[in-house]
Design a protein around this ligand. Structure first.
Ligand code: ADP
Length: 499
């Protein structure tokens, strides 16, 4: 069968659901299957997944996506994988059984240890080697916690009996029935254990976190054949050929393949990532330095910044205030007034992320008058999302010293045209919404397809990548500057609020 007539299977293993998408040679999503799985909250601040349920839900959706298209593994050219990052799994090398649940990236149980690392002056070393900050978010302290709290785990790890993996590593292990134990540079770069300059697991960091080297998977590039599927559930013989953490996969799926190109994902939070080319840039503005991908021998770096509350601000209007029946209604309501009426909403409902990094900041609404209506609040909430993204963008521009030409957008909230237009107005940049919004899965598919020659090269991909709509700045400069000044004043009122 001609390769061009085959499909490309992308796995997008996310935080709340597992998805599988079959793409055709034009990069169109032919079938999609999705399945949510259980979130476990054993204690306040703890978040866990059952690794077997991750695997199980993922294999079911792969089957479903193939059945919907009426194809078998013979019709699949290769498989690409994108995954929730940092989430940590430790399993027995012999039996393949996890020794504890997956500790999810959101889990804060190891925050105390990170505070201690900072107090002991290790932050600089960590930043220099990994591009990250000591935070519970990343994998290393989660591995340490498992080794310290599961009976006998540390001794078993030291005897070489245990494997550590992020979700990519776990899935590839399962897909190949334990034959392949590997990860890729993007997932490795989120562990706090990987030196992003030397491209190696770092002994000094492994020591600092108390993680035996024998647990660590081999680190590979993002676009190469790692092995073949050999699982009863999924079929045999599909080359596994691409992998990346979800944000990096989305950057690739948005074809932000040149230095200075960036994408923002507008979901629950907003995730921004900027391609900085072959140089890792150390941020002077509290952004993370990370690896975008490795193609062949070439490593591309990125700067990353996250806004904690993006679309979640709209959920709060809906569920917390009962102001709107559903998220799309926020657009109609916002457009029913001419402007924000002087109202600013800083959606710091869970503190502020980059570039402010203030966990004590809280949600703040300022500028209320007798004339304020629900519509002004809805408008202020949508504008608040855009201002936060603009703040991260400004930090990125500052670090890279380059003005991006446009901002590529994806995620659930990009359906909101008001938000997209306001984003363009306040950033003074065109905002581009692509036709295929499944950019994470598309990126994984692109990486895999390039590895097996399903697509020839980046130009081949550029030919098929299509824009849905471009939002150009319409507001005049003076008005944008006036609004921004109001926002900055509002942020100053939100900072350092909680005790
Ligand atoms: P996640 O992957 O984080 O679950 P999604 O990419 O599915 O998020 O996007 C869902 C988020 O987008 C929700 O927070 C929702 O409030 C917001 N959202 C969805 N549609 C709209 C809309 N039309 N206007 C504004 N926000 C929206």
């Amino acid at each position: 069968m001609n390769n061009r007539n085959k499909y490309l299977l992308a796995i997008d293993q996310g935080t709340t659901s597992s998805r599988a998408i079959l793409f055709d040679h034009q990069g169109r999503a032919v079938t999609i299957a999705q399945r949510a799985f259980q979130q476990h909250f054993p204690q306040p601040g703890w978040v866990e997944h059952d690794p077997n349920e991750i695997w199980y839900s993922q294999s079911i959706v792969v089957r479903e996506a193939m059945e919907k298209a009426d194809v078998t593994e013979r019709h699949v050219a290769c498989l690409g994988l994108a995954n929730q990052r940092e989430t940590t799994i430790v399993w027995d090398r012999e039996t393949g059984f996890p020794i504890y649940n997956a500790i999810v990236w959101q889990d804060r149980r190891t925050a105390y240890f990170c505070e201690r690392l900072k107090a002991d002056g290790h932050a600089d070393l960590i930043r220099r080697k990994t591009g990250l900050i000591p935070d519970a978010y990343f994998s290393a302290t989660k591995i340490r916690w498992i080794l310290d709290h599961v009976k006998g785990a540390r001794q078993r790890a030291e005897r070489g009996e245990l494997c550590f993996g992020t979700v990519d590593t776990w899935l590839i292990w399962k897909l190949t029935r334990g034959e392949r134990f590997l990860t890729d540079v993007t997932n490795a770069s989120r562990t706090l254990l990987y030196n992003i300059h030397t491209g190696q697991w770092d002994d000094e960091l492994l020591d600092l976190f108390g993680v035996p080297r024998s647990m660590m998977p081999e680190v590979r590039g993002c676009s190469e054949v790692y092995g073949e599927t050999s699982s009863p559930a999924l079929g045999r013989g599909i080359p596994i050929a691409g992998m990346a953490g979800d944000q990096q996969a989305a950057l690739f799926g948005q074809l932000c393949v040149e230095c200075g190109m960036l994408k923002t994902t507008y979901g629950t939070g907003c995730f921004m990532i900027l391609n900085t080319g072959e140089t890792p840039i150390t941020s002077a503005n509290n952004l993370l330095t990370t690896i975008a991908w490795k193609l062949g021998d070439r490593v591309t770096y990125a700067l990353e910044g996250s806004v904690f509350v993006g679309g979640a601000a709209i959920q709060w209007l809906r569920d917390g205030l009962g102001l709107i029946p559903n998220a799309p209604a926020s657009e109609r309501l916002a457009l029913s007034v001419d402007d924000n009426g002087g109202v600013y909403f800083v959606p710091a409902l869970t503190g502020l992320g980059a570039p402010h990094w203030d966990q004590y900041a809280r949600g703040t609404i300022v500028g209320l008058t007798r004339g304020t209506t629900a519509a002004h609040l809805a408008r202020a909430a949508l504008e608040g999302i855009a201002y936060q993204v603009r703040d991260v963008l400004a930090a990125m521009e500052n670090d890279l010293n380059v003005r991006p030409r446009e901002l590529r957008a994806d995620g659930g909230a990009v359906a909101n045209n008001f938000l997209m237009q306001f984003q363009a107005d306040i950033c003074r940049l065109p905002v581009v919404r692509p036709r295929v919004l499944e950019t994470t899965a598309l990126g994984a598919a692109y990486l895999a397809g390039l590895a097996v020659g399903y697509w020839k090269d980046l130009d081949d991909l550029r030919e098929q990548w299509q824009v849905d709509q471009v939002f150009k700045p319409k507001m005049n400069d003076a008005e944008a500057a006036r609004l921004l000044a109001g926002w900055e004043k509002a942020v100053s009122r939100a900072l350092d609020w909680a005790e």
